[in-house]
Design a protein around this ligand. Structure first.
Ligand code: SF4
Length: 339
């Protein structure tokens, strides 16, 4: 927090300090829990914010509101060309700069992104079995994602965390194998409860494997100790983290459905076309693109952006209501919001 910045606090007293930036709605995978096989109707390119526009919003959030973390997401961020140019712009800010990726392009990009200033990555990997991976992502690229994990480690984008969305009857029988993978590779597994943000609206509570069940399965084989015994390496995260009793690293669960952590939420999101979202499940959005492209002079533009962001955060709700009768799915799938 600099002298010139003031904290941005929502109506529930939560300080907002983590910005998730989606740089594209496009992806080179077709994960079943995210989008249909044919993909989505992509945004016209002229509607997607330029790197300069994205960096302007991010810079304002840091300078004006003292944000401490920025995460680059998508769709799949690495398929947007010259991504290291945006990373270089954002790396000038005093923040924890991270990225969530499917990892498939990291073998060719990891070192450039690290050199541009990216600090760390979360890589999505939901299965270690070629057939299950292929069925889940509709791509036969398991080997390339595994090479992506190695490339991230090699480039020093550490701690490398691996995100796995656990779905009952799909990949939940691999939880212990994936935990073993994380221990062997020295990466932090993050097991995520399946959320109702899938592209074909097929989500049901029956598909959700509760975080406690995931932990119990791992603990039965690799005993766990709550917490990581100190500061989690690599910035704050929504995961509930544990360390292995034998010292072989840490593992986390993101229990958005069964143990919501909205009470501590410090996150807001910017979609690729400039919609400001105060929650992953928000039903309303705040369009910043007309402000960005309204021809205002620099100072006026920052003031207008700050006012729009403050107004948006002033409408932030207490949290999602998944599992309750009043829950309404947001009109966007995960690929159109960003993780
Ligand atoms: S569901 Fe919304 S309010 Fe809850 S933690 Fe996620 S982003 Fe924050």
């Amino acid at each position: 927090m600099t002298a010139s910045s003031a904290p941005l606090v929502d109506p529930y007293g939560r300080r907002v300090k983590d910005l998730r930036i989606s740089v594209t709605d496009r992806c080179n995978f077709r994960c079943t829990y995210c989008m249909p096989e044919e993909g989505m109707k992509w945004l016209p390119r002229n509607e997607v914010l330029t790197y300069e526009e994205l960096a302007r919003v991010a810079t304002l959030c840091v300078d004006r509101f003292g944000f401490e973390a920025i995460r680059i997401t998508g769709g799949e961020p690495t398929i947007r060309s010259h991504l290291s140019r945006l990373v270089e712009m954002l790396s000038r800010l005093d923040v924890d700069l991270a990225m969530t990726t499917n990892g498939v392009k990291l073998p060719e990009l990891a070192h450039d992104l690290a050199a541009a200033g990216l600090r760390r990555v979360n890589i999505s990997l939901d299965s270690l079995r070629r057939d299950v991976f292929h069925r889940l992502t509709r791509r036969d690229d398991l080997h390339r994602v595994l090479a992506g994990v190695d490339a991230a480690l090699d480039a020093g984008l550490t701690p490398v965390k691996v995100n796995c969305v656990v779905m009952r009857g799909v990949n939940d029988d691999e939880v212990v194998d994936l935990a073993a993978f994380g221990r062997d590779k020295g990466v932090g597994m993050r097991f995520i409860e399946f959320m109702p943000l899938d592209g074909d609206d097929s989500w049901s509570m029956a598909d959700v494997v509760p975080a406690q069940e995931i932990l119990d399965r791992i603990d039965a084989v690799f005993p766990l100790v709550r917490g990581t015994g100190g500061e989690v390496a690599g910035g704050a995260e929504p995961a509930d983290t544990y360390r292995y009793a034998d010292g072989a690293g840490d593992v986390g669960v993101i229990a958005s459905v069964t143990q919501p952590f909205c009470g501590d939420c410090d996150r807001v999101r910017l979609t690729a076309e400039g919609r400001f979202r105060t929650c992953l499940f928000a039903l309303d959005e705040h369009d910043l693109r007309p402000v960005l492209r309204g021809g205002l002079a620099a100072g006026e533009l920052d003031d207008a952006l700050a006012a729009a962001i403050e107004a948006a955060v002033g409408t932030k709700w207490a949290g999602h209501s998944i599992g309750r009768v009043e829950f309404v799915r947001p009109p966007r799938s995960m690929s159109q919001i960003g993780g």
